[in-house]
Write a protein that binds this ligand. Structure first.
Ligand code: ATP
Length: 593
């Protein structure tokens, strides 16, 4: 193994960047990288790898250079003596800050007498300082650091430095290309890329992988471990059109789990400290202080890495909200407000590491057991709902239940011996089963309130949701179709017990057919106008039961009260079961059309 410790001029590096930028062939790009990595002194290899992938650190560190163009132009002005206005005009004409820098160096009206060739080490260290500068004087500091570098830079170096600091390096070199090049440069063959890839997937730090393989060869990669605080690449799903095919692919016995529609969260817990990473390895701990708190109350292990999906919910009814609602968390200034308005559940579905034990190579059911052992479920932290099933028929019912609960479908997960956690891999061990159609419910419907559920939290003392039904005129009965908890004003809400007082009875009304047990029952009388996202199959509601599919009824997904009390309508004038079936069929037709 090479052990040389030496200098490398920055000029040498940017020559490669120019060549890479000039090629349109992927293989040629890899060849240039192989050549570059072979000629890079080992002590600089991690830095060269980060710089080449347009970063200064591993991606998950999340310190970004992203210097504003205006600031960068100020630094050019300081280094060259050219006026800011002139530089801005050049930028408008050229549209590439790198080219502006290059031309500015050419025209420069002041030369530095002490200019010396830039080295990779020096450039890296200064950029590191620039990236970390914070506080009130940080802008000036950034400008000074960059202008210092530009004073010593050649034209070509200025081009790449400026593109780099403004986040526009655009060499388009992805992690997998770097891994290919490292495999060839340091193990002699691309054959070994799988080993590098596995190391990268469980510890996505390209600089570390590069130095390890360069210093210790393929064997050294075994030392690259799962580490709390370093996000693993997420395991991903394949897609398959039917549940039957998923069973065939997975050996007849399958773990089926709700596919929640929210944001993926990889939670790292270490002795009371908690970090949350997104699917793209970003640190998203800050927008989720509530999840951090709930995790700290729920996870019993000292150290753990847990995989899950966070879903916003309606605090009054507990129902899931569409995934977009979580995005309110990403607006920096109103996190507190968003937490109040859109609290979130975290559904944990996998356990990758517990108290020093790497579980990624253990089968799924083992990991599920561990998860159960170390997580105490609370109001906010839950275990993802799953069933191990052997028949597609049962799976269909479970699928409908998932959709009706506000999920996107199911994920079929292999429980075979080799069902390890394949970090970063989109393989056949996890298969997503989503609906093949989705269409909008355009018309509101008029539904009868037949019961209610006691409220909790903000709704304690009033109703959390109403149980709504359609009318079956042939048999003169009311059949349930949804729980309704959204769309009410605060005033409406507080008033619900008053409005319904005169209709309350102490048992289910004989004309109501319901599989659900309400807390309070009404004589079916009051009609409300309701709009939803769509009509879906449902194992819990009695509307359309057995008419479209055995043991299955119909439900309204994401129902909301429009605000119109239909006092003008009697319960017999409510939307009928037949009308709902017609709407359901029309929905299917529009999709097929
Ligand atoms: P893709 O992953 O295909 O790029 P996507 O981000 O839309 O697309 P899907 O493939 O549709 O995601 O589904 C995978 C995602 O489903 C996971 O990344 C995770 O966020 C989410 N998910 C929800 N519930 C589960 C679960 N029980 N197990 C695993 N993933 C789940």
């Amino acid at each position: 193994m090479r052990r040389c410790v030496s200098k490398m001029e920055f000029r040498f590096l940017v020559d490669y960047y120019e060549k890479i930028e000039g090629t349109t062939k992927r293989l040629e790009m890899t060849d240039y990288l192989v050549d570059l990595f072979k000629k890079t002194p080992i002590n600089l290899l991690d830095k060269v790898v980060y710089l080449t992938s347009a970063n200064l650190y591993p991606e998950f560190v999340g310190v970004e250079l992203g210097m504003a163009d205006k600031l960068a132009l100020k630094a050019v002005s300081l280094a060259t003596g050219l006026k800011i206005r002139e530089l801005e005009k050049m930028y408008q004409e050229r549209g590439d800050i790198g080219i502006v820098g290059e031309e500015a160096i050419e025209k420069k009206v002041q030369t530095s007498f002490f200019a010396k060739p830039l080295t990779v080490k020096e450039v890296y260290e200064k950029l590191d300082k620039l990236a970390r500068a914070s506080g009130p004087s940080s802008m000036d500091m950034k400008i000074r650091i960059l202008s210092g570098l530009l004073s010593d830079a050649t034209k070509k170096e200025a081009r790449y430095l400026l593109r780099f600091v403004t986040g526009k390096l655009r060499l388009g070199i992805r992690a997998m290309t770097i891994i290919d090049a490292l495999a060839i440069a340091y193990t002699g063959s691309k054959e070994n890329r799988g080993l590098l890839e596995r190391a990268y997937n469980i510890h996505p730090d390209l600089g570390l992988i590069a130095r390890t393989v360069a210093e210790k060869g393929v064997k050294g990669l075994e030392e690259v471990r799962v580490e709390v605080g370093v996000p693993l690449m997420s395991m991903l799903c394949q897609r398959i059109p039917t549940i039957e095919e998923a069973f065939e692919k997975m050996g007849g016995k399958v773990l089926l789990e709700y596919k929640y529609d929210g944001e993926r969260m990889q939670c790292h817990i270490s002795h009371g400290k908690i970090k949350i990473f997104s699917r793209r390895l970003e640190d998203i701990t800050n927008p989720y202080p509530d999840v951090v708190k709930h995790l700290s109350e729920s996870v019993l292990a000292e150290e753990a890495i847990l995989d899950g999906e966070c879903v916003a919910f309606n605090q009054d009814t507990g129902e899931f909200l569409p995934f977009q609602e979580l995005m309110h968390r990403r607006r920096k200034y109103d996190v507190e407000e968003a937490i109040k308005k859109y609290p979130a559940y975290l559904f944990l579905f996998d356990c990758l590491y517990v108290n020093g034990e790497d579980l990624t190579l253990k089968p799924l059911l083992y990991r599920k057991e561990k998860l159960k052992e170390i997580v105490k479920e609370t109001d906010y932290i839950k275990l993802a709902r799953y069933k191990v099933l052997s028949s597609p028929e049962e799976a269909h019912l479970f699928f409908d239940e998932a959709i009706e609960s506000g999920c996107e479908g199911l994920i079929a997960k292999s429980i075979e011996e080799n069902s390890i956690y394949r970090a970063g891999v989109r393989g056949w061990s996890w298969i997503k089963l989503k609906r093949t159609y989705q269409s909008k419910m355009i018309e509101p419907v008029d539904l009868v309130a037949v019961g209610a559920f006691a409220g909790r939290g903000r709704r304690a003392g009033t109703y959390g949701a109403l149980l709504m039904a359609v009318y079956d005129q042939k048999r003169d009965v009311f059949k349930t179709i949804c729980k309704l908890g959204s769309g009410f004003t605060d005033e409406d809400l507080n008033n619900l017990p008053n409005i319904f007082r005169q209709y309350v009875i102490d048992h289910r009304h004989p004309s109501v057919e319901s599989k659900i047990d309400a807390d309070i029952w009404f004589t079916p009388s009051v009609v409300l106008e309701v709009i939803g996202d769509e009509i879906t199959l449902s194992p819990t509601h009695t509307c359309g039961l057995d008419l479209i599919k055995k043991e299955t009824g119909l439900a309204i997904r994401f129902p909301r009260f429009t605000g119109r009390w239909r006092w003008d309508k009697s319960s017999q004038e409510a939307t009928t079961e037949d009308e709902i079936i017609e709407m359901y069929n029309a929905q299917l037709k529009t999709v097929q059309a």
